[in-house]
Design a binder for this molecule. Structure first.
Ligand code: GLT
Ligand code: MN
Ligand code: MN
Length: 389
């Protein structure tokens, strides 16, 4: 039984170097953990049973490293990957930390900064592909404003589009096997970030020159920060064939980005998310973009990482039970019962169908009085999740 909750490579559990590597600094406090090297972090992740490790260019190679330093770092990292078997499914560029990006990267008002961002991203793409990445995430943390006096939102969109179009062409030109995944966030670090939700990203993608190369990387906490239902965003992305990656974590409602251990707070929502990913057969990474509480040392960081994966697998097992539970399934069948009386109106529009439907007499009273039994179904779900079922 307990083996069910042991992470295995086929579960595709990944962590960013910046997640387990977080040294616990925040707006109000200095770091609480000594930094570990990328190599140490690879061993830590192998120790807890992760499948892969993702990184920003500067998580691995410092911003001001010399070419010789860069080569040494990359070669040491490759050795650690080879000896642990860890994969690098995703890479990204840090376009938010350095002061040059204080007004954004692709959407900065300074043309030199915009081109510097492109240069840096092409280098980060080369690095990621060299290490095996097939997904490249774009999280435009600084792509926004504090005041709309400072930037025209149409210009913001235009610049972001032009940058992505340029980078898609670069990937095609290099013959890389790489897809882009756009990650939204409503705010923080900017007052307002452009394209603030997964839905906004999904609306933006068809305006690109190569929409087929671009999907989304929805993050649980970011959608919660906007007060939205994460599962619904993920479902829409999935239906559009755009769920290229996913950032799993947790969050206490509409607050700052807390990036908590997956499933630690929003138990029912996380359960239905896992059930969805497993039911539809999502095959991408289950990436935990979260970090340990600031109270922890590196033993606690391992507890955190193990906890993310364990909770995912507990929900996965609960999802299988939900799908097999006779009472739950019977209830769902009853709720969705269809006696075929409406079949004549199904399918494509015809004038005849429309006329028939317009004159059909519904039993409005009976339909209105029907109880949906959702309380029972929801309580059965709670019983299941709380382990009494
Ligand atoms: C940063 C952010 C995350 C993004 C990472 C990728 S960096 O930690 O909070 O949500 O996924 O750039
Ligand atoms: Mn986050
Ligand atoms: Mn994220």
């Amino acid at each position: 039984m307990s083996d069910l909750y042991e992470p295995k490579p086929e579960h595709k559990f990944t962590f960013g170097l910046w997640t387990v590597g977080s040294i616990g600094k925040d707006q109000f406090g200095v770091p609480v953990r000594e930094p570990l090297s990328p190599v140490d972090l690879v061993y830590l992740l192998a120790d807890v049973g992760a499948y892969g490790v993702n990184f920003h260019d500067n998580d691995l190679v410092p911003f001001d490293a010399t070419p010789a330093e860069r080569d040494k770092i990359v070669s040491d990292f490759k050795k650690a990957l080879a000896s642990t078997g860890l994969k690098v499914p995703m890479a990204t560029a840090n376009l938010f930390n350095h002061p040059i990006f204080k007004d954004g990267a692709f959407t900065s008002n300074d043309p030199q900064v915009r081109k510097f961002a492109l240069q840096k991203t092409m280098q980060a793409i080369d690095l990621g592909v060299d290490l095996g990445a097939e997904v490249f995430v774009f999280w435009g943390g600084r792509e926004g404003v504090e005041s709309d006096a400072t930037k025209d939102p149409l210009l913001g969109l235009k610049r972001f589009r032009e940058a992505l179009n340029f980078l898609c062409e670069y990937v095609i030109d290099q013959h890389y096997n790489l897809k882009f995944a756009l990650e939204s966030k409503p705010n923080e670090p900017r007052g307002d970030i452009y394209l603030p939700t997964t839905g906004a990203m999904l609306g933006f993608i068809p305006t690109l020159d190569h929409p087929d190369m671009v999907g989304v990387n929805p993050e649980f906490a970011h959608e919660m920060m906007a007060g939205l239902n994460f599962l619904h965003a993920v479902a829409q992305a999935w239906e559009m064939g755009k769920l290229f990656h996913i950032d799993l974590n947790d969050q206490n409602s509409i607050r700052f980005d807390q990036d908590w251990r997956f499933g630690s707070f929003s138990i029912k929502q996380s359960f239905f998310l896992v059930k969805f990913l497993e039911d539809v057969g999502y095959t991408g990474s289950r990436h935990f973009d979260a970090h340990a509480f600031r109270t922890e040392n590196y033993e606690g960081v391992k507890d955190f990482a193990r906890g993310c994966m364990r909770t995912y697998l507990i929900f996965k097992e609960k999802a299988a039970r939900f799908n097999q539970d006779p009472e739950i399934q019977a209830l769902l069948k009853e709720i969705n019962a269809d006696d075929g009386a409406m079949n004549n109106f199904d399918g494509i529009y015809t004038a005849e169908k429309a006329n028939m439907l317009k004159s059909y007499r519904f039993d409005v009273k009976a339909l209105s009085e029907r109880g949906m039994m959702y309380e029972r179904l929801d309580q059965l779900t709670i019983d299941l999740l709380l382990g009494v079922r």
